[in-house]
Each structure stands twice: as structure tokens, then as C-alpha cells.
Design a protein around this ligand. Structure first.
Ligand code: NAD
Ligand code: GLY
Length: 367
């Protein structure tokens, strides 16, 4: 088992990475309130629950915890107030009190929903992340961003609410579809592009092993990704740094969120939108003279090797700009993008010209 810490003072918590951790009860038990029968509400969905709920329930029973499962419909389109209401309703019906711990068992959608429900139930109860997709194991389960989508924008409503524990069982990744697995790799590649060039080079050497879901390669990539994320979050938990900071984790996301919202939630997977969005960020960085055509081609080749899209859908440049104008990183109405000063070194940038933006969007969309 690999163990990392997210260093946030008294709210610090461990990330555990390893095969078979769902059945490993010691750390799970230690993260629950020390009462005779700790109370747990499990939030999962109709795809993940048939695969892994029984194992989690057995582990909870063996540490003496009472659990109430709530199984939501599957999909990004359910990251809504209705789902939050359903979680709260089930918790109230089960008479969950403030000592209850909410456990998210699922991908990023379940993690974001369960975390937001935990942040708001009776003004906040404890929360544990058990991420079951590659994307959620390397990104969304770490760092405490929780929330839901709004018709006008991705992740527009939410709260920072850190978990007590992140338990990433790498064995569960074997049941993930090829498309979802590739989507997760987009966030792995992101860490190399924004701040860890040696990791990007390691990825270029090991993409075939990762695509074959080689256990050792996967565990290393997850650990290195989480280590990068933990450092960024520890330095800028609430994303308040004026330049850089946690916002850098959003490389490709301003364009990507526009794709997800513009196409309708669930049409493009998050990682797919991030890959196409990162190609747009790379193209804009090239136009600014920061990186060269060879760098753009290098990034494109990485995505192509893992079956991720390198062209964005055609929504029209003005629709992209309208959608991007709602981005949470924007300050005083000014678009703030994450771009590449070099491959392996991202920066925030608020001075992109309208002409460069329009040309970038037009160059990077499907014809
Ligand atoms: P997801 O949660 O929709 O999961 C993808 C699909 O895989 C779903 O159909 C799910 O049911 C299924 N699945 C999950 N685990 C499985 C398993 N082990 N075997 C088989 N199927 C499984 O999507 P995701 O890619 O995990 O997460 C995307 C979401 O995460 C987006 O909403 C995005 O905004 C959010 N996100 C949040 C953060 C954050 O910091 N909070 C960061 C990145 C992304
Ligand atoms: N995934 C972006 C962040 O956690 O800040």
C-alpha cells in the first residue's frame, strides 16, 4: 500500500493507494468516529453499487459501523440539486445525526455530489472518498472541491469540504470501460504538463503499460498524480493565489468546461473535454510564442496514443467565448486562462486578445 498525506494542518488526511483496499478495514475503521457503532451513509450509483457496495458494507460491518446506502442514477447529468436532495432525504429518513460519516463510493460525479451533501447536511458532517475511476483516484477525490452543475455552467454551485480519508483501491479499475479509463488519463497527463516534466517523460515511456492497466505502472502513476495534487492543494487550498496556485490544475478546463456545458452534460466525458481543451490552451500558448509547433505536436501525440480527442466540437467561437465568460477563474469579468509557458510549466494568463482566442478556437475545432 502506498500512503501520501494532504498537509492541511488539523484537517490533514491520508491518501491510500493499493490493490484490494476496499477489504482493508483498519484504516477505514480508524477514519470513523470512535464510537461503538459509528454511523455511515454510503452514496453510490446504479453501476458501481452492484460491483463494489457489498465489499464495502462487509468492511464496515467488520468495524462495527451501521450503514445506510443510497444508490443514485448514473451520469454527469445527475450532478444536480435533485441528487443532493435525494441524499439529504435518505439521510433524514435514516435519522443520520451529526456524527454520521458520508462515504462516496464511485467516480468523480459521486464524489462531488456526496462531498457537497456532506458539507451541507446539518451544516457539515464527516466525509470519506472511495474513488472508483482513474479520474477520481488521481484528481477529484483529493483536495476537497465538491459540488454540482448548473445549466449555465459546470461545477458552479459547491463548497470546499475536505475528506477525512481517500482510499483508492486500484483493483476496481479493471472493470472500468476503455473510454472512461482514457478519460482518467487526461488528468494524469495534466500533472506532467503543468508542473512535472520528468513525470511527463515517464508517461511517454509507459503509456502502453498504462493502457494495458499494468498494476505497477498504474499504482505509480496514481501516486505521482496524487502527490502533485496534494502539494498544489496544500499550498493554495481555496484557490486564492493571485497567479498560478491551484488554478493551474485547470489546464484545458476553461475550454473543456465550455465543451461539456455546450454539448450537454454527459456527451463529452470530462477527460475528453480536458484533452481537447488542453490542445486549445497549447495552441494559444504557441500563438503567444511561448511553446513551439513541435511542443504542440508532442502533446497531441500523447493524447492520440491514449485514444483521447485532440479536436474540439464545433460550437462556434462566440458560443465558446460566452460559455467561457462564466468560468470561476475569471476575475473582474476578465477571462483568466491556464496556458503553457513551457511544456511542464503552466501559468495563469488574463491578457489573451480576442483575435488570438477566436483563431485558437477555429484552429482547434472539428471541421
Ligand atoms: P463518473 O463519476 O461519471 O464515472 C464514470 C463512469 O464510470 C460512470 O458511468 C460510473 O458509474 C462508472 N464507474 C465508476 N467506477 C467504475 C468501476 N470501477 N467500474 C466500472 N464502472 C465504473 O466520471 P469521472 O470521470 O470519475 O468523474 C468526472 C467528474 O469529476 C466530473 O463531474 C468532473 O467535473 C468531476 N471532477 C471533479 C474534480 C474535483 O476536484 N472535485 C476534479 C476533476 C473532475
Ligand atoms: N481539479 C481541479 C482542482 O481540484 O482544483
Amino acid at each position: 500500500m502506498r500512503r501520501l498525506m494532504v498537509d492541511l494542518g488539523e484537517r490533514s488526511y491520508p491518501i491510500l493507494i493499493g490493490s484490494g483496499l476496499l477489504l482493508q478495514t483498519q484504516e477505514l475503521g480508524a477514519a470513523l468516529p470512535q464510537s461503538k457503532h459509528p454511523r455511515v451513509a454510503i452514496v453510490s450509483n446504479e453501476t458501481v453499487a452492484p460491483l463494489y457496495l457489498a465489499a464495502l458494507q462487509a468492511s464496515l460491518t467488520s468495524v462495527g459501523a451501521d450503514n445506510t446506502p443510497l444508490i443514485l442514477a448514473d451520469g454527469e447529468q445527475h450532478k444536480t440539486w435533485e441528487s443532493i436532495n435525494a441524499i439529504h432525504g435518505a439521510m433524514l429518513t435514516a435519522r443520520c445525526d451529526r456524527n454520521t460519516t458520508v462515504i462516496a463510493l464511485g467516480g468523480g460525479v459521486i464524489g462531488d455530489l456526496a462531498g457537497f451533501a456532506a458539507a451541507t447536511y446539518q451544516r457539515g458532517v464527516a466525509f470519506i472518498q472511495i474513488p472508483t475511476t482513474l479520474l477520481s483516484q488521481v484528481d477529484s477525490s483529493v483536495g476537497g472541491k465538491t459540488g454540482i452543475n448548473h445549466a449555465r455552467g459546470k461545477n458552479m454551485i459547491g463548497a470546499f469540504w475536505q475528506p477525512k480519508l481517500v482510499l483508492a483501491d486500484t483493483a476496481v479499475l479493471q472493470t472500468l470501460s476503455a473510454r472512461e479509463f482514457s478519460s482518467g488519463l487526461a488528468e494524469v497527463i495534466k500533472y506532467g504538463l503543468i508542473r512535472d516534466l520528468p513525470f511527463l517523460e515517464w508517461l511517454e515511456r509507459n503509456l502502453d503499460a498504462l493502457m494495458a492497466r499494468d498494476a505497477e505502472a498504474l499504482a505509480y502513476a496514481i501516486e505521482r498524480s496524487c502527490s502533485n495534487k496534494a502539494q498544489v492543494v496544500a499550498d493554495d487550498e481555496m484557490e486564492t493565489a493571485k497567479d498560478g496556485g491551484r488554478a493551474l490544475l485547470n489546464l484545458g478546463h476553461t475550454f473543456g468546461h465550455a465543451i461539456e456545458t455546450g454539448m450537454g452534460y454527459g456527451q463529452w466525458l470530462h477527460g475528453e473535454a480536458v484533452a481537447a481543451g488542453t490542445m486549445m490552451a497549447a495552441e494559444l500558448s504557441r500563438r503567444l510564442g511561448w511553446i513551439g509547433e513541435a511542443d504542440v505536436a508532442r502533446i497531441r501525440a500523447i493524447y492520440q496514443r491514449v485514444s483521447l480527442p485532440v479536436l474540439a466540437p464545433t460550437l462556434g467561437a462566440s458560443r465558446y467565448l460566452e460559455l467561457m465568460s462564466h468560468d470561476k477563474k475569471n476575475i473582474d469579468g476578465k477571462l483568466r486562462l491556464v496556458l503553457l509557458r513551457q511544456v511542464g510549466d503552466a501559468v495563469t494568463f488574463s491578457d489573451a486578445s480576442q483575435a488570438d482566442l477566436m483563431a485558437t478556437i477555429e484552429t482547434c475545432c472539428e471541421t
